[in-house]
Design a protein around this ligand. Sequence first.
Ligand code: MLT
Length: 274
Amino acid sequence: MTDRLPVLNSGTGTPLVLLHAFPLSARMWQRQLAELPGRDGTEARVLAPDLRGFGAASQGDDEPSLDLLADDVALLLDRTGIERAVVGGLSMGGYVAMAFARRHADRLAGLLLADTKATPDTEQARANRERIARAVLARDSVQLLLDEQLPHPQLGAATARERPEVVRQVRELTAQASPAAVAWAQRAMAARGDSLEVLAGVAVPALVVVGEEDAITSVADARAMADVLPDAELRTVPRAGHLTALEDPAAFNTAVRSLLARTASAALRSRPQG
Ligand code: MLT
């Protein structure tokens, strides 16, 4: 565990932790940090940490594990004096949010799962992750990710065609990832289990978001999560791929605001009367 996750912070309202995708950093959440606190800054307090090895976070020497990342998030809440938060993540960040729901359910006020899935990797996907981990370490370069993943399958066809600034931003963030962090995260993701049962026990409001053009985690994956979550809303984002928060921040933020509102109503309902 590390108690030193660097975190981007904005606003003063309901605590909302946003966990970034692989192989990006907290900087992918710029539009959420700018817009979700609302005009007077009180709608949400957005905290976006860099996960181990990414952005400004140190790598440490622990074995790869998403559970460790979930525990890092719990420590971040301790350190910032937050008892319960809406915890959300996109893709790899979603896997970490599900690990958080399993390990720290009492700290969860709401759950946001974007462009992610609850099922584990196939053998083929695991082997591919190990291939990537070995290659980036051997070449001491993440160029392979730029070559193999951008713009497709990371971004949707509409973004690749019409939003060059988003393609550029994702390329820049990807190029900044360190080979060690990429290898560590690939091995941590390969080791994750099935989270459908965990989701079935989530007692707080949840939101599942997916880009209609997501070629990595499909609309069917999103629906499977929404179907087992007891209180979930499913939002599909047209003309967006795997990185909805970047490809259509306005639609993404509208969906998140609705989760924040549902979370606030649930908190009021559960407050003791008298
Ligand atoms: C991500 O965007 O975080 C990755 O696509 C997750 C994965 O490789 O499963």
